[in-house]
Design a protein around this ligand. Structure first.
Ligand code: SF4
Ligand code: SF4
Length: 374
């Protein structure tokens, strides 16, 4: 029988392998190895990947940078079953699971998640009996703990956790900007998970990097309270300070981010009352800015017939909104569309919008963006 999740002593920083450093379109494995060494040397041990990340290269990266280099008992792994797209039968789930084992070089996953449940994906898990499938894997010792990642409202989360008490944990999008957001519902989802006594893994604590930058006035606000803390550290510590959080995932893209995260999460101190108040003021300022709530998850990208880098374009548009720096924004936009479709190339086919966990009106946003950039 697997050990209770609460007894695993997982520290508050999970290494997300969704956005690793890249060189010319390929994962920079050597740099990731160095990042893993730093991470492990500080007592951290949780690695998060998924079948769909980087078309399978994220799972292979886990094998190269971790599985081949560290004893199995020194780390935990989380992998995920995508229930959408071509996953349409029990046999498909088996195939995907075994492919994940093969790519990672593992014989079992410590944590296995039904990936990105929303209304549509949840109904499909029921149809395919995906819950029984993962429960069977657990009985066979191929999975230690079963759970799911979630991108919908608190009502659906309550429905799922009530119908499936076998879910041992839940992965939620929580950050200080989305805490009271009506679509993401971070606070409400958090409260539902707590009501069901489920340990919580936090994803998108920095909102795909957005909370690492900020407007100059918010930066000043943070620096006045803690001059040495990075802007990203406020978001990471906000997530890690919540009760019942098992770990906070960070998709670290370079050694600097890794070292920064480790510096305040190695011997973690929860936020003080004054720090909470400072974040409250920052959120008030941010809420007054009309940015697009894209987390750069990439789920919308694969099906686009015009090869539009939707999250890249949204990132540039948000940068322009936050900093109002037209010259740099235009330069970044030109870079983003260099070998890809531009916002103006969108043919409004709609293939992207149903995949967006943030329910962004992608077509309308792209149409607006065409008016901003040449
Ligand atoms: S609606 Fe536009 S952005 Fe979305 S998939 Fe179609 S062409 Fe691409
Ligand atoms: S637009 Fe939506 S699906 Fe696409 S990257 Fe952003 S959050 Fe993800």
């Amino acid at each position: 029988m697997s050990e209770a999740i609460e007894n695993l002593n997982i520290k508050k920083l999970g290494f997300g392998l969704m956005r690793p450093p890249m060189i010319e379109g390929e994962v920079d494995v050597e740099q990731v190895k160095k990042m893993v060494d730093t991470y492990m040397s500080k007592g951290f041990s949780y690695f998060d990947t998924a079948y769909v990340y980087l078309g399978g290269k994220s799972e292979e990266l886990l094998k190269e940078a971790v599985v081949k280099r560290y004893p199995r008992e020194s780390f935990q792994t989380a992998d995920k079953l995508p229930i959408w797209g071509e996953c349409n039968s029990y046999e498909d789930m088996e195939r995907i699971f075994h492919e994940s084992l093969q790519r990672t070089g593992l014989s079992f996953f410590d944590f296995y998640l039904l990936h990105s449940l929303d209304q549509e994906n949840y109904r499909k898990t029921e149809k395919l009996k995906a819950w029984d499938f993962v429960a069977d894997l657990k009985k066979q010792g191929k999975v230690s703990h079963m759970g799911f990642s979630f991108h919908d409202n608190a009502e659906l989360l309550d429905e799922i956790l009530t119908a499936h008490p076998e879910a041992e944990f839940v992965q939620l999008q929580i950050n200080y900007v989305d805490w009271e957001n009506d679509v993401v519902q971070s606070r409400k989802c958090y409260e539902v998970a707590r009501k069901h006594n489920k340990p919580i893994i936090i994803m998108e604590p920095i909102r795909g990097g957005a909370l690492a930058e900020m407007t100059p006035d918010i930066q000043t606000l943070f620096k006045e309270v803690n001059p040495d803390a990075s802007i990203a550290s406020w978001a990471m510590r906000y997530a890690a300070s919540l009760e019942g959080v098992l770990t906070v995932l960070s998709g670290m893209s370079d050694r600097e981010q890794m070292e920064d995260n480790c510096s305040y999460l190695e011997n973690f101190e929860p936020l003080s009352e004054r720090e909470y108040q400072t974040i409250g003021k920052a959120v008030d300022i941010l809420n007054s800015l009309p940015t697009i709530p894209c987390t750069a998850c990439q789920y919308c990208v694969d099906g686009c017939p015009m090869n539009i880098n939707i999250p890249g374009i949204f990132d540039v548009a948000n940068f322009r909104t936050r900093y109002n720096n037209l010259a740099i924004s235009q330069k970044r936009y030109t870079g983003v569309i260099a070998e890809r479709g531009a916002a103006a190339d969108c043919i409004a086919c709609g293939a992207c919008e149903s995949h967006c966990p943030q329910h962004i009106a992608i077509i309308d946003e792209l149409s607006e963006i065409t008016k901003l950039f040449a």
